[in-house]
Ligand binder design. Structure first.
Ligand SMILES: Cc1cc2nc3c(=O)[nH]c(=O)nc-3n(C[C@H](O)[C@H](O)[C@H](O)COP(=O)(O)OP(=O)(O)OC[C@H]3O[C@@H](n4cnc5c(N)ncnc54)[C@H](O)[C@@H]3O)c2cc1C
Length: 360
């Protein structure tokens, strides 16, 4: 019998959970298929919410992570009127979110783990359920074909890179919806971190073209509110929705991307994972048997609204904005205009992005 909680997957979700459990006095161990340190090769730049920052600070890992604060978010759509702007000052928070490198997040989590006695078994692929009172699957993907999994293929990929602009970003993040998918430019150091969503069939060509051609594509999709002057190496990610409706089974829990893999349009994936982790650690605190059905049922009930709300919100955004239907184009424009005119509605969206569907 292993320690009371076996965590399969030592990516950011698995490592954060191990630290959260450690803080609550729950013994856990991590089993990961890759060599230790592999998560530091992740090229993604993430936007994390104010709520996520609070959770990471509670785990003692926030202070070591270089980050850029988001002061405003500008949202618009290609080919129509209507745009809105959400400001941290209006929401009375120090920042709407923080932009950081997934590699730095992983490095900080690893450093914190190294200060503990939590066992990390690397090069250890798990094929059958470990013999532990509770197994937490944090292996980064939702297995399909097992029932109870909602999937949607948007026919989109993301091409990510950094890009330099002609003017300083002043903490402004941009989200631009286009029929081919959303384009995000996040303030990152002196540059922008770009997520260019495109049709799956175009992804390889966009990733492989020369810098001049890429900048022209980016500018055409993004519009002219920012002028990009150069760009860094590109990496491609397939996108889709994979949502495990019930994230528990007999002595098992799924967290992070193993519970839900979301489109990055609203930057919610790891934010949601951290809220799952926070709540799971709370439910397991002082539980005599961490895999007991009543403990897992309590966890599921406490996460239902947030998980379902965030997955639905993200899916709805992608589907409403990723098409060229003229009727929907006017609806989108009217929606963005209404958001711009109604501070309460804007605040609702901002709080949902910052704290999840329950706004905590
Ligand atoms: C383009 C893009 C942009 C994104 N932007 C944002 C953002 O702005 N904000 C945000 O919050 N989220 C964002 N996300 C989502 C975020 O990147 C993920 O939520 C996060 O990386 C998932 O971490 P994880 O630990 O669940 O999975 P992973 O990082 O995939 O880790 C899984 C781990 O499990 C291990 N493993 C797998 N199988 C086994 C096995 N059988 N046995 C043992 N170990 C195993 C792997 O080796 C790996 O270490 C984005 C995603 C994409 C694609």
């Amino acid at each position: 019998m292993t320690r009371s909680v076996a965590i399969v997957g030592g990516g950011p979700a698995g490592m954060a959970l191990a630290l959260a459990l450690h803080r609550q006095g729950v013994a856990a161990e991590i089993l990961d298929a890759r060599p230790r340190g592999a998560a530091r090769a992740d090229q993604r730049i993430l936007a994390l919410s104010h709520g996520a920052r609070q959770i990471l600070a509670g785990l003692g890992v926030w202070a070591a992570i270089p980050h850029t604060a988001i002061a405003t978010i500008h949202i618009s759509h290609q080919g129509g009127l209507g745009r809105t702007r959400i400001a941290a000052t209006e929401e009375q928070v120090p920042a709407l979110g923080y932009v950081l490198a997934a590699a730095d997040l992983a490095a900080s989590l690893e450093a914190a783990l190294a200060q503990t006695d939590i066992p990390f078994h690397d090069n250890h692929r798990v094929d059958t359920r470990p013999d532990a009172p509770l197994t937490v699957w944090a292996e980064g993907q939702v297995e399909t074909g097992t029932g109870g999994v909602v999937t949607r293929d948007y026919g989109q990929h993301a091409v990510i890179c950094t890009a330099t602009a002609s003017e300083a970003h002043q903490g402004r993040a941009w989200e631009r919806f286009t029929p081919a998918g959303p384009v995000a430019a996040l303030p990152w150091g002196k540059d922008y971190a770009v997520v260019l969503t495109c049709a799956t069939r175009d992804a390889d060509a966009i990733a492989a073209c020369g810098d001049t051609e890429f900048l022209a594509t980016l500018q055409e999709r993004f519009g002219h509110r920012v002028r990009f002057t150069s760009s860094g190496p590109r990496v491609v990610f397939p996108l889709g929705l994979r949502y495990r409706q019930v994230p528990v089974a007999d002595r098992q829990v799924w967290i992070g991307n193993a519970a839900q893999t979301l489109h990055p349009v609203a930057g919610q994936g790891f934010n949601l994972a951290l809220r799952d982790i926070f709540e799971l650690a709370r439910c397991l605190t002082d539980a005599p048997d961490p895999g007991a059905p009543e403990v897992l049922a309590r966890y599921v009930a406490s996460r239902r609204i947030d998980r379902y709300g965030v997955a639905g919100f993200t899916d709805g955004l992608v589907r409403l904005f990723s098409n060229d239907n003229p009727l929907l184009r006017h609806t989108r424009g009217a929606g963005l205009l209404a958001l711009d005119l109604l501070p309460a509605a804007r605040s609702f969206v901002a709080r949902r992005m910052m704290f999840g569907a329950r706004g905590w």
